[in-house]
Design a protein around this ligand. Structure first.
Ligand code: NIG
Ligand code: FE
Length: 407
């Protein structure tokens, strides 16, 4: 058993409650057994323990470990050239349509050795951990051929085995059309449907199938074909929807009851209401909005006011969002999308758990759940949103074990 004592402030939402007001306990101790939360008790009621491992946090605040539910963390090369092009006024969409962007990273990724991709992948996971992440989703999507997509999913699954935190692999073979199928799009869709999806299912490499539905990537009809096949095989569906244009992708997400619809910068009220009705979790990526030079954020206020579950994520990737700092993204949620501090906390903990189907095990500090926790370098949890500096994270605890300590 491990005991965490002298917590000045323990802040947690609860699994089934959409109320953004968290429970705040003061002067609390936590008992952890076999990686799970066993008991919460007042410091004053804590008995005498001798053999147990005691972590005395000396009056600091504790919150749930952060959940990063949307990243593209396995890729070769970088996109500094695109970044500079945008600074010269060429847009993300123009670069994508001209065959640059994602396809440039595909070239770099294909020519990078598997061992090298694994090594940088593991380094990036470490960076996420130092940013307070205890659950991390990673998408494929820079392979775009049968062999290369499988290679990426293999790497992500190796990272899953080697990591101290929970890693969730997502298949994103439908990220864009690869160069060689530019003029034969149907053929590439056939490869996804007939080759990739069945093998990924059989080898249990991912339980999620994601599609980038956008001009220059997959249109609504193409998305439907992939969703139909993925659904038949038992995949849970995710979608990059309405990022650059309002294409009806969020409405499609509602129709297919996707577990999550992500981006949604351009989604209108009708789409938002449809997502709510279908029980889809919205994943908002405000750093991608600013990194690509846009200033129209997703309508988080309208979503929350209409009862939609809203998560926030970094979208870490080389082209549209180069950051590991989920707290900074939450701060953008507060300052740019009119979310409250408590809604932002919820967005990077329990709501992000919902986006991955992990809400029964992750995202809150409740008895029976995994002991994934952050001990902060402050006694006021609001400070990490006010000053989203990872150095305010003192300890990262995953399944009851300290996996990172800030010196
Ligand atoms: O979520 N929108 C599509 N995919 C990524 C960007 C990938 C890239 O530019 O390499 C995103 O923003
Ligand atoms: Fe993305």
């Amino acid at each position: 058993m491990t005991i965490i004592k002298n917590i000045s402030q323990l802040v947690t939402h609860s699994t089934d409650n959409l109320n953004p007001q968290p429970t705040i306990y003061n002067n609390l101790s936590l008992q952890i057994h076999e990686g799970k939360i066993l008991k919460l008790s007042p410091n004053s009621k804590l008995g005498r323990y001798k053999k147990e491992k005691i972590i005395d946090v000396k009056g600091k605040a504790v919150i749930p470990g952060l959940i990063e539910c949307h990243t593209h963390a396995i890729f070769g090369g970088n996109r500094i050239d695109d970044f500079e092009k945008r600074s010269n006024g060429i847009s993300y969409l123009e670069i994508l349509k001209a065959g640059g962007g994602i396809n440039y990273t595909v070239k770099c990724t294909r020519s990078t050795k598997e061992s090298e991709l694994l090594k940088t992948g593991l380094k990036r996971v470490k960076k996420f951990i130092s940013n307070g992440i205890t659950t991390l989703e990673i998408k494929s999507g820079y392979g775009l051929s049968f062999e290369d997509e499988l290679k990426l999913l293999r790497i992500i699954n190796t990272i899953k085995k080697k990591s101290d935190i929970e890693i969730i692999p997502t298949f994103l073979g439908a990220h864009t059309f690869p160069e060689e199928y530019r003029n034969e799009k149907g053929k590439y869709i056939d490869i996804i449907i007939k080759k990739m999806l069945p093998v990924i299912k059989r080898r249990k490499l991912s339980q999620f199938c994601d599609v980038f539905t956008e001009k220059g990537a997959f249109n609504l009809n193409q998305t439907k074909q992939i969703f139909n096949a993925a659904k038949r095989l038992g995949f849970k569906l995710k979608i990059h929807a309405d990022q650059l244009t309002n294409s009806g992708a969020a409405l499609l997400a509602a129709k297919y009851k996707c577990i999550s619809a992500e981006h949604l910068e351009k989604s209108d009220e009708k789409s938002i209401l449809a997502l709510k009705k279908a029980g889809v979790t919205a994943v908002l990526l405000p750093y991608a909005t600013i990194f690509t030079g846009h200033n129209e954020f997703a309508k988080a206020r309208m979503m929350i006011d209409n009862g939609l579950r809203v998560a926030i994520s970094t979208d870490f990737n080389p082209g549209s969002s180069y950051t590991f700092n989920l707290l900074f993204c939450a701060m953008l949620g507060i300052t740019q999308m009119r979310m409250t501090i408590n809604e932002a906390l919820m967005a990077i903990t329990i709501n992000a758990a919902y986006a991955l189907g992990l809400q029964e095990r992750k995202g809150t500090i409740e008895v029976g759940k995994d002991a994934d926790l952050l001990v902060l370098n402050t006694n006021d949890y609001r400070e990490i949103f006010y000053n989203p500096d990872p150095s305010l994270i003192k300890l990262v605890i995953s399944k009851g074990k300290i996996i990172f300590e800030n010196s």
